[in-house]
Design a protein around this ligand. Structure first.
Ligand SMILES: [Zn+2]
Length: 83
């Protein structure tokens, strides 16, 4: 008699823990923050490559700033701007 009660209790506890686990999992999914991506990426208009803004070579054209992956790309772009 005592054994049966213990058995049922054990099942009830397992069931409760299992249910609880699932609920915690769901909440966790909802609260997952997006992966941190602090670095700004910019497009090199010369070779169409994305580079880190911090490492990019810059050229000012009026109010606009163009970013390039290398001095070669920058020079080509500037040459094209000048015609
Ligand atoms: Zn480039």
């Amino acid at each position: 008699m005592g054994k049966l009660l213990f058995f049922l209790l054990a099942i009830a506890i397992l069931y409760y823990l299992f249910k609880n686990d699932k609920r915690v999992e769901k909440v966790g999914e909802g609260e997952t923050p997006p992966p941190p991506e602090g670095e700004d990426m910019v497009l090199d208009p010369q070779c169409k490559t994305y580079i880190s803004k911090l490492e990019a070579f810059r050229v000012k054209e009026g109010d606009k700033v163009h970013y390039f992956c290398s001095p070669e790309c920058r020079d080509k772009f500037v040459a094209r701007l000048k015609g």
